[in-house]
Write a protein that binds this ligand. Structure first.
Ligand SMILES: CCCCCCCCCCCCC/C=C/[C@@H](O)[C@H](COP(=O)(O)O)NC(=O)CCCCCCCCCCCCCCC
Ligand SMILES: Nc1ncnc2c1ncn2[C@@H]1O[C@H](COP(=O)(O)OP(=O)(O)O)[C@@H](O)[C@H]1O
Ligand SMILES: [Ca+2]
Length: 573
């Protein structure tokens, strides 16, 4: 039986004009009778009918580009036998694909993320589709921060084909840390050593967006939509992703996939933690407040440039599904397409945190900055549809380092505003961008805050010798200061140590007259306890149930202000 031909939909209104062609790879499920799934399951028994569910792409146009929905096609057969034959064949075709699709998932729902609708989103939009596709899910509604991460690190995972979070970037980060940590433990590798070639992770991660920024979902799928993401999970899409490890004195601090940002983005996050009750709006409010405080910070940045012959952050392209730059990087990252024999993309000896060693390739920049941002991907999100670095690649083994030097308040506003439209945010005299493999950051001598280093470790609220500090995961009982502070408030998120920031003058009010000399690092929405860090990009360390942004959804990073794109660009339609 030929099942990949053209099907005619039994929709009276469209009987004459509609032909639906569905690749088997995009089939979701087949049900006997007339069946509806969303918004509620309805079954009408019928011996001659069967219903096929498949991926349906949304219309192209602003707002719906990249959206997937559940396509429903009703078939009528002349006999029950014929109907059963079709159903059997279609189910066999689906079974043939089962090797590349998940069968069993471990799902973590953060009931407090974003607008607190995680549980409802899962129950009404996600679960019915997984059931239709025959995927079983073990669901954990979290009761505390880091529960998902700890579960993945410590509990039995045999039989699961993937882990899924329902929440925001913070929830994704928990899964990221769990999956990377577990994989390195099993491979016997040290995550602390920045020169280590880490083991790529096999367990896929799925993201159902239900958070505040949803940047990782948006940048890897193209939209922030629970149904679209569920469909990518069901059909077993696989998108490799670069990950940046952040170290302090040869100790792993955290991993990041979107933003490691100092200055503006660090200050916004610190401020926003005090306004969590505002929900997603807290970032806009805090953004305005921090913008008005008009701050800049001194810093010394050293970076290892990536090879410019492969790509550049100014090359005016976008990383789209099936990206050539990323797939050519795969060959360089994994020469024999054997991850375990990864001979390393680049020489690892160069990542030493001791800047006196092997400085040959490192480039140094010093000055005062409004913000310093490192991003392994475009970091597009609903607030910024093209992202912090529109031409960055999801899986090329590099990150983009954006240095925004001190400038006037108007100049900085112009820079920020260009994140929201199609104007080139790098085409400003005080902005530079570099494609990099590693970055070191330090504060010039004399600029450090006297208590900064101690606070990272000893502090007043516990900790230990900084040199001995271990990744938070290894010593869960020894929380970083601000986590303790937030934990006390029942919000174990971020590191908004208000008291400390007040001492630093980061917050507003009559008490805050002294301008702070250091900012904090925002690492995918978590504040880091150290100022001096070393970041290294690990190419394609994890895999998501996604496929990147499909061509046609957002075809290019249009810089034509509507002219070059002739109105085809989604941003101008
Ligand atoms: C004038 C308008 C300026 C808009 C600038 C938008 C820049 C957006 C860049 C977004 C980068 C996102 C990187 C991802 C970070 C997330 O991992 C992380 C955690 O997310 P989660 O809470 O969902 O778990 N999110 C964040 O750290 C939030 C960063 C968001 C920054 C938004 C800043 C809005 C700024 C508004 C400034 C307005 C100035 C107006 C002056 C009159
Ligand atoms: N049950 C819980 N209680 C408190 N915090 C939680 C819980 N589950 C997860 N978290 C933490 O909440 C933080 C924010 O979650 P996230 O889903 O990213 O929402 P948002 O995008 O609104 O910040 C995450 O860092 C996560 O560690
Ligand atoms: Ca990258």
């Amino acid at each position: 039986m030929q099942i990949q031909g053209s099907w005619t939909q039994l929709d009276k209104q469209n009987r004459d004009k509609k032909t639906v062609s569905v690749p088997v790879s995009e089939l979701i499920g087949v049900e006997e009778g007339r069946v509806e799934i969303l918004p509620q399951k309805k079954v009408e028994e019928s011996e001659q009918h069967f219903t096929v569910f498949s991926v349906k792409r949304g219309p192209r146009g602003a707002g719906s580009a990249g959206l997937w929905a559940v396509g429903r096609t009703l078939f009528s057969c002349s006999s029950r036998d014929l109907r059963d034959h079709w159903v059997t064949q279609l189910r066999a075709a689906l079974r043939d694909r089962s090797a590349s699709r998940p069968q069993r998932l471990l799902v973590f729902i953060n009931p407090f993320g974003g607008k607190k609708r995680g549980v409802q989103i899962y129950r009404t939009l996600v679960s019915p589709l997984l059931e239709l596709a025959g995927i079983s899910a073990h669901v954990v509604v979290t009761e505390r921060a880091n529960q998902a991460r700890d579960h993945i690190l410590k509990k039995e995972l045999t039989g699961f084909d993937g882990v899924v979070c329902v929440g925001g970037d913070g929830m994704f980060s928990e899964l990221l840390h769990g999956v990377i940590g577990r994989t390195q433990q099993e491979a016997g590798l040290s995550e602390h050593d920045p020169t280590e070639t880490l083991q790529p992770c096999n367990l896929h991660i799925g993201i159902i967006p239900a958070g505040s920024t949803n940047c990782v979902c948006f940048a890897t799928v193209g939209v922030s939509d629970p149904v679209t993401s569920t469909l990518h999970i069901i059909i077993g899409d696989s998108q490799p992703l670069d990950v940046c490890s952040v170290h302090h004195l040869n100790t792993l601090v955290r991993y990041s996939v979107s933003l490691v940002g100092y200055g503006f983005y660090g200050d916004v996050l610190a401020e926003s933690e005090r306004h969590r009750w505002m929900g997603p709006l807290r970032y806009d409010y805090s953004g305005c407040m921090v913008y008005l405080s008009n701050r800049s910070y001194s810093g010394v940045i050293q970076f290892l440039p990536a090879d410019p012959k492969f790509s550049s952050p100014r090359d005016n392209t976008r990383c789209l599904s099936g990206c050539r730059v990323c797939s050519e990087s795969t060959e360089r990252l994994f020469p024999q397409s054997d991850a375990s024999s990864n001979a390393s993309f680049y020489s690892t000896s160069q990542y030493s945190q001791d800047s006196s060693q092997s400085d040959g390739d490192w480039v140094s920049v010093e000055g005062r900055f409004r913000c310093v941002s490192l991003t392994c991907m475009s970091s597009s999100c609903p607030r910024s549809p093209l992202g912090l670095s529109p031409a960055a690649h999801l899986a090329d083994g590099t990150g983009d380092l954006i240095l925004v030097r001190d400038t006037s308040a108007m100049g900085f506003l112009k820079y920020l505003h260009r994140h929201t439209n199609t104007q080139d945010q790098f085409d400003l005299p005080f902005v530079e961008v570099h494609r990099v493999r590693a970055v070191r950051f330090s504060v010039p001598p004399g600029e450090e805050e006297s208590d900064e280093e101690e606070d990272g470790g000893k502090g007043t609220e516990g900790g230990g010798d900084r040199a001995e500090q271990e990744c938070e995961r290894d010593r869960p009982e020894r929380k970083s200061i601000s986590q303790q502070h937030l934990a006390e408030r029942g919000v174990e998120r971020g590191m908004g140590d208000d008291r400390k920031k007040k001492e630093r003058g980061l917050f507003f009010g009559p008490c805050c007259s002294r301008a702070p000399s250091v900012s904090v690092w925002n690492c995918d929405g978590e504040i880091l306890p150290h100022t001096e860090i070393l970041c290294r990009v690990h190419g394609q360390l994890v895999r998501l149930f996604a496929r990147g942004i499909e061509d046609g959804a957002r075809t290019r990073s249009c810089r034509g202000g509507g002219r070059k794109c002739k109105g085809r660009c989604v941003l101008h339609t």
